[in-house]
Ligand binder design. Sequence first.
Ligand code: 5AD
Ligand code: SF4
Length: 432
Amino acid sequence: MSDKTARVVTYGCQQNENDSERIRGMLLEMGYILSDSADADVVIFNTCAVRDNAEKRVYGNIGALKAFKDKKPGMLIGICGCMAQQQHVAQHVKKRFPFVDFVFGTGALHRLPQILYSAEKQRVFDTEMKDGEIVENLPHNRQSTVTATVSVMYGCNNFCTYCVVPHVRGRERSREPGDILREVEGLAAQGCREVTLLGQNVNSYQGIGFPELLERVSKVDGIGRVRFISSHPKDISDALIGTMANNPKICNQLHLPFQAGSNRVLTDMNRRYTREQYLDIIGRVKGKMPDVALTSDIIVGFPTETEEDFAQTLDLVREVEFDMLFTFIYSKRKGTPAEKLPPALTEAQIKANFDRLVAVQNAISLKKNKALESTVQRVLVEGYSKSNESALTGRTEGAKIVNFIGDKSLIGEFAEVRITHAATWSLTGEIV
Ligand code: 5AD
Ligand code: SF4
């Protein structure tokens, strides 16, 4: 098996990227050579089900593989992740994509070796969902040595009415602090300087609680920075805000999705906080950390959202002045309560609102980045810049990308960088 190649294609969020790192780790242990080639011997699509466009891309890209498989019949093609966990998708793949050899859900990751072995003989569909399972100690093949993501919990209990995640990732379950710390210690020993703790809602981390977990992770030797995503506003506590403000290793950066600015829409989304409560949290966060970098997720065009409701989203964005936003057009998801709601606005109206929101935010992002010009920022140097191979790239505490000229020996180190130019998405600087 030693010359067989395997390719993993990832869609969606950082949790999926983290799962793909473990899939690659298992493939390496099985003796495969990792490859980006379209006709690798094994191709696995780790999919996302959060929005329809991600699903469409997966179907398109799987379809395109058929030609390769026709030429190379021994090729094995598989689909996993959140799409694969949905029964209607598994059925669709079974019927319409006969050349797909194996399908496995989010709960079957650790069974990959058996699945591949069986798929050599017959098609495998392993999509049964078992709540509450956590499998530790899977091999992990990470891309970067400087920064890493570490899952602290899996699943979601919140059932926002638009969202498929609780249906495909099951109920919340937290990893043991000891397992998390061992993973972080291992990363630090390999040169990792920054960890991002991952969960759908890290603030409902059970047991010792999330603030204490943050404290313990920040104490691991060699770790210089700790970040986390994602948080639910209903679970943000003063203890968390205090921990972030008082511990210099925990980045003053908060990703706090608000989704919609209108209380009526928030109720219809089952978000369980009001606009006023959200703004109150932001006020408390800014009060303790005046330099905090804030980001958020927003959905435009939730079925019950009217023009008046959307105006309140714009209003909130102008008031908070986020550093950056992740903006999404609502996508109807099978099996969610919002699926049944008739849309208040036309597609054209929703698209126009989306464009307005992006324009408003881009101006704010640029303004906030411009304010950093001439300041000196502590940057964790991650590697070479994508756009300019002779430059280095890294991030500020607020997670802003900074490109600057410097020696490659700085990679993996913290550097003091003066910002010389700010754009909407990134900063340019020079070593102090
Ligand atoms: N349509 C559009 N956006 C969605 N999100 C989740 N479900 C949907 C959906 N059905 C967005 C939310 C969430 C982010 C990860 O994806 O904003 O915070
Ligand atoms: Fe989806 Fe809401 Fe859970 Fe986030 S908190 S994963 S939006 S159900």
